[in-house]
Design a binder for this molecule. Structure first.
Ligand code: NAD
Length: 294
């Protein structure tokens, strides 16, 4: 069993780390929040205090941090992981960040003889707790092969998307589709209301027709048709509007840098930005339907 340093024990990181402990791994946690460390310890983990300490003692380091600047600081900063890990250590960054930072950190890690993967996830807090996350992985085949027995304790679907940064590329492309499709489905339900068409009738027809998509059939933005969707609990998050906006911004920054034309992605960013600024940033992203309804 591996000795794993886990840095970033927030909403996602803590349940992921707990699944590694359950699988018999030795987990040393690092977080700015002492309450998260206490929960890790209660489950059989330990505290490493600083990222550099965990890196110097562990065979594998997993990070689950808020954004690119935190990843840069924890890996490349003074006393960071890259400087302190022993050659051959496997580094897995599961945070959702920009492609450029992911590639820069991977290059610095590889230059020091470390194996580095970007492995952002889809599946939310429920997937993290249940060990059913989807991992989109970028990095070398050697690093990917070694990571399998760690990732499969936290997730169900693990896809090697290509070289460094390609996991992040897959994540932001996927979430751009999700943001656009949630707006499309919401607009359709609002139009149906104005035309006197019942929510359930539109669902029954569209979920079996060419309008079918995940935003309709798994996460329907109106209460009723899909029992598990946040619409049935006043749009309590699941996946917040703020997080959707973060991912849409990452997609737009990447599109600009790569010269890709993503007009609907730009519209989705604008609409989610207005929704989040209306005081709903912490509401589920499917609550956008209330904003569209006006
Ligand atoms: P979170 O804010 O709950 O957790 C982040 C944790 O990192 C916090 O506990 C914070 O104290 C810790 N942290 C920050 N800087 C640190 C540092 N320098 N050293 C040690 N710890 C530090 O965020 P989250 O919801 O767990 O999300 C983490 C990542 O996962 C984000 O990149 C997010 O976009 C992505 N993600 C989240 C979800 C979701 O539904 N929450 C779904 C998919 C992907």
């Amino acid at each position: 069993m591996a000795r794993i340093g886990f840095i970033g024990l927030g909403n996602m990181g803590l349940p992921m780390a707990l699944n590694l402990i359950k699988a018999g791994h030795q987990v040393e946690g690092v977080d700015l929040n002492p309450a998260s460390i206490e929960k890790l310890k209660a489950a059989g983990g330990s505290n490493a205090e600083f990222a550099k300490v965990a890196a110097s003692r562990c065979d594998v380091v997993v990070t689950m941090l808020p954004a690119g600047k935190h990843v840069r600081e924890v890996y490349l900063g003074a006393g960071g992981i890259v400087e302190n890990a022993n050659p051959g250590t496997l580094l897995i960054d599961c945070s959702t960040i920009d492609v450029e930072t992911a590639r820069e950190v991977a290059a610095a890690a590889e230059a020091r003889g470390l194996l580095m993967l970007d492995a952002p996830v889809s599946g939310g807090v429920g997937g993290a707790a249940g060990g059913t996350l989807t991992f989109m992985v970028g990095g070398s085949a050697q690093a990917f092969t070694r990571a399998q027995t760690i990732l499969d304790k936290m997730g169900k679907t693990i896809v090697h998307a290509g070289g460094p940064g390609n996991g992040q590329a897959a994540k932001i492309c996927n979430n751009m589709i999700l943001g656009i499709s949630m707006i499309a489905v919401s607009e359709a339900f609002v139009l149906a209301e104005k035309l006197g068409l019942d929510h359930q009738k539109l669902f029954d027809i569209s979920s079996k027709s060419s309008g079918q998509c995940w935003s309709m059939t798994a996460y329907c933005p109106v209460p009723g048709p899909v029992a598990t969707s946040p619409a049935n609990r006043d749009y309590q998050a699941g996946f917040t509007a703020a997080m959707m906006l973060k991912d849409l911004r990452l997609a737009q920054a990447a599109a600009k840098a790569a010269g890709a034309k993503t007009e609907l992605g730009a519209d989705a960013e604008r609409i989610y930005s207005a929704y989040a600024s209306s005081g709903e940033a912490e509401r589920d992203f499917s609550g956008i339907i209330r904003f569209i309804r006006g």
